[in-house]
Ligand binder design. Structure first.
Ligand code: NAD
Ligand code: UDP
Length: 331
């Protein structure tokens, strides 16, 4: 039934984009992946390269996008997502959320396709309402270092709703809360690959601040399932998808040490500017609307993810981050 349906997935070589490609291929869709590899990796989609229903276009979505033939769905997941990445490429981050989103909305309109855009819990900033429901407007520092990501995502949501209201475009907006799993870049600075890399290399775990800040971690399969259900729902407003099970970062670092059965120490480093002090999704809407809730426990998700990082070669585990953003920052 899905065989004649064509889906464009941007950010396809990244963590979530590559898992989405797998999902849509498994459901029988014809998938076009698009990425410029700024934070992604070719190897995340290499297993799909000879699949008859998969094709790939290397392209920066902030430039005009040309796709031949029809398109039924677009999932816009291209954007740096780690605070370390988007601090290093702030202008690219602003551009992909604004110009990139504009190009993709224009493409969706031209092709009469439904578009789902990847938004984030960062639209709530350092939240003063806890847990965060979709009705909360957020508490964002526009000019702080994280503002480049948060504001790009907020603009992205506004632009998407404007295309819906003005052009009648079929839109879906997912507000993704911290998600983890295989294919996260080991050195992208996000806390799960950071801690897992540290325990595997026998290094101390770096907890930022006093570690009392909280996050709620969602396993990738649950996230992909929620996004898939949202795309095929008829709801146009933002929906939170994440796992409400909340933990402090200090507690979490201890769990990773336990999981790895290691005796690493914890060292405290300064808390990054505007690092949200608490975060937990209110998923009542997703439960009601999509009949969705996470199924994978933190224990199981972490075990699978730890085994993934453990399976990396010694060379990969010890190599410095291969990402060199200098050419992008000259643009
Ligand atoms: P990621 O860095 O692994 O993947 C992002 C991908 O987008 C990379 O492959 C990168 O090369 C590509 N990309 C970036 N700019 C591009 C451009 N201009 N043109 C083409 N490709 C470009 O990050 P991720 O965790 O997979 O995040 C994917 C999306 O989900 C992002 O939009 C992010 O904001 C959102 N999100 C993720 C999380 C999470 O916990 N993983 C949480 C909230 C939101
Ligand atoms: N963090 C940490 N040590 C690290 C990396 C991150 O203590 O080596 C903390 C970070 O300050 C934040 C939380 O872990 O409070 C989650 O950080 P991440 O970069 O994964 O994503 P965020 O939720 O902040 O976007």
């Amino acid at each position: 039934m899905n065989k004649d349906k064509r889906v464009l997935i941007t950010g396809a070589a990244g963590f979530l984009g590559s898992h989405l490609c797998d999902k849509f291929i498994a459901e029988g869709f014809s998938v076009i992946g698009m990425d410029n590899f700024i934070t992604g990796d070719k190897k995340n989609i290499s297993h799909l390269s000879s699949h008859p229903n998969f094709s790939f276009i290397e392209h920066d979505v902030t430039e005009f996008i040309k796709i031949d033939g029809n398109l039924d769905y677009i999932l816009h997941f291209a954007s740096p997502a780690s605070p370390i990445d988007y601090l290093k490429i702030p202008i690219q981050t602003l551009k992909v959320g604004s110009l990139g989103t504009h190009n993709l909305l224009g493409l969706a309109k031209a092709k009469d396709a439904r578009i789902l855009i990847a938004s984030t819990s960062e639209v709530y900033g350092d939240p003063l309402v806890h847990p965060q429901p979709e009705t909360y407007f957020g508490n964002v520092n526009t000019i702080g270092p994280r503002g480049v990501y948060d504001e790009a995502k907020r603009f992205q949501e506004s632009m998407t709703m404007a295309y819906h209201r003005f052009h009648g475009l079929e839109v879906r907006i997912v507000r993704i809360f911290n998600t983890y799993g295989s294919r996260m870049r080991l050195n992208d600075g996000r806390v799960i690959p950071a801690f897992m890399g540290q325990v595997l290399r026998g290094e101390d775990l770096t907890v930022f601040g006093d570690g009392t800040q909280t996050r709620s971690f969602c396993y990738v399969d649950d996230q992909i399932d929620g996004i898939y259900k949202l795309l095929f729902s008829d709801y146009v407003f933002p929906v939170n998808i994440g796992n409400p099970s909340e933990t402090t970062i200090l507690e979490f670092s201890k769990e990773i040490i336990k999981l790895a059965n290691s005796n690493q120490k914890i060292v405290f480093k300064p808390l990054p500017v505007d690092d949200p002090l608490q975060r937990q999704p209110d998923i009542s809407l997703a439960k009601k609307l999509l009949n969705w809730e996470p199924k994978v426990s933190q224990e199981e998700g972490m075990r699978i993810t730890f085994n993934y990082f453990k399976s990396l070669s010694k060379e990969e585990l010890y190599k410095k981050d291969h990402k060199d953003f200098s050419s992008y920052n000259k643009r």
